[in-house]
Design a binder for this molecule. Structure first.
Ligand code: PMP
Ligand code: GLU
Length: 389
């Protein structure tokens, strides 16, 4: 029988980040010396005290459904954190915890968008926003940023139309590593209020920041009532596999998301939430060390790229750099294919981050330093690049 999938599923592609991560894992299992600069996943272990907390919870039989909104103590910890770190006037009733920030974003978009309504995406944009919008039946209004502006959005007024309901903001940004300046955020705030828009502010990289300050959009006057602040444990605590993310939003939006949660994943894993409580309440020095190490790698990667003639802006946050590889001929798909086939180095081609980025490649430096250095050597060899003085 010919399988007929829904139109909604047929209108989205797969996730390039997840697909290429699977390719990397398969090649590794085949014994290949793979360097994965593709997926954005901290290569550090989850701190031991966090893992121990989960083991204890499992030992104590904490293996049943948790409350669908998330455990009360975790939601209290999150509300405290948002008040202290982010100056967001949050209380537990504004918080929902779910299986990863990705599912949080999926639920928020589904709770807000109707068919034909639009969400604005500043592109390049992380791979899953577009798919979440389309799976909700909505449309994407792409707004391109420029490398010469350090990928900060501008001139948005004219691009809003009657159907625009939502802005998706992501700072520090995936894939560019750009951190939005206060003026950029103020401009977004003014626009959202003036045109009565909702904002998803994905702040999952807020702690992975080097030369800038993180500002939460919901901390600006008038923004808490229209902003869904998204965050999670994957990046700050190296907890990707635990699948834990959260949102802070007006309670009506949380209520809408809760219905989707009840009918989809039910709740985030109970013992993962115990680990998250320890992560938030325990020492934070692992995070500091991780960020220092990311910064060291970033500098070496950027210098290495520059020395072989690949120019790029120095990203102020996250653990990605987004670089123009057009001088190597062909588009970034061909570039990534060659790096993978001849060098076993995985990178993500720019087309995955929205229209108009075919010449760019995202390189993740969430990989050990010696792997980054080795990847640069392989790149130099494959493309016969000379060191530039
Ligand atoms: N937002 C951004 C910008 C990301 O890079 C990621 C990483 N996958 C996520 C959300 C989702 O993270 P997770 O589902 O692992 O919490
Ligand atoms: N955020 C990471 C990335 O962009 C993880 C993979 C994903 O969820 O897309 O590579």
């Amino acid at each position: 029988m010919a399988v007929k999938l829904s139109k909604r599923v047929n209108c989205v592609g797969d996730s390039a980040t997840i697909r290429l991560n699977d390719v990397a894992n398969r090649l590794r299992l085949d014994g290949k010396d793979v360097i994965n600069l593709g997926v954005g996943e901290p290569d550090f272990d989850t701190p031991l005290f966090i893992r121990e907390a989960a083991k204890r919870a499992i030992g104590d039989g904490d293996t049943h459904y948790a409350p669908s909104l998330g455990k009360q103590r975790l939601r209290e910890d999150i509300a405290d954190k948002l008040r202290e770190d982010n100056r967001i006037d949050a209380s537990p009733k504004n918080i929902i915890v779910s299986a990863g920030a990705k599912h949080i974003i999926f639920m928020a978009i589904n709770a807000l968008l109707d068919g034909e309504e639009e969400a604005m995406l500043f592109c390049p944009a992380w791979v899953s926003y577009e798919a979440c919008i389309k799976l909700a039946g909505g449309r994407v209004n792409w707004v391109k940023t420029k490398e010469e502006d350090a990928f900060q959005p501008s001139d948005l007024q004219d691009k809003i139309n009657k159907k625009t309901k939502l802005l998706v903001v992501n700072s520090p940004n995936n894939p560019t590593g750009s951190v939005y300046k206060k003026d950029t955020l103020k401009m977004i705030r003014d626009l959202a209020i003036d045109r009565d828009l909702y904002v998803i502010s994905d702040e999952i990289y807020e702690k992975i920041i080097y030369e800038a300050d993180h500002i939460s959009l919901a901390s600006f006057d008038g923004m808490a009532e229209r902003t869904i602040t998204v965050n999670g444990f994957s990046k700050s605590y190296a907890m990707t596999g635990w699948r834990l993310g959260y949102a802070c939003a007006p309670k009506e939006i949380i209520g809408g998301m809760l219905k989707i949660q009840q009918h989809s994943v039910t709740c985030a894993a109970s013992f993962s939430q115990e680990a998250a409580i320890k992560a938030m309440e325990g020492p934070q020095d692992n995070l500091k060390r991780m960020v220092e190490e990311f910064k060291r790698r970033r500098d070496i990667l950027i210098e290495g790229l520059n020395s072989i003639g690949i120019r790029c802006v120095r990203p102020a946050g996250a653990f990605y750099t987004f670089v123009d590889v057009s001088k190597f001929g062909g588009d970034s798909n061909a570039f990534c294919e060659k790096m993978l086939r001849e060098g076993y180095v995985v990178m993500i081609p720019g087309y995955a981050f929205g229209p108009g980025w075919e010449k760019y490649v995202r390189i993740s430096y969430a990989a050990p330093l010696e792997k980054i250095e080795e990847a640069l050597l392989r790149m130099e060899k494959i493309f016969a690049l000379g060191k530039q003085k």
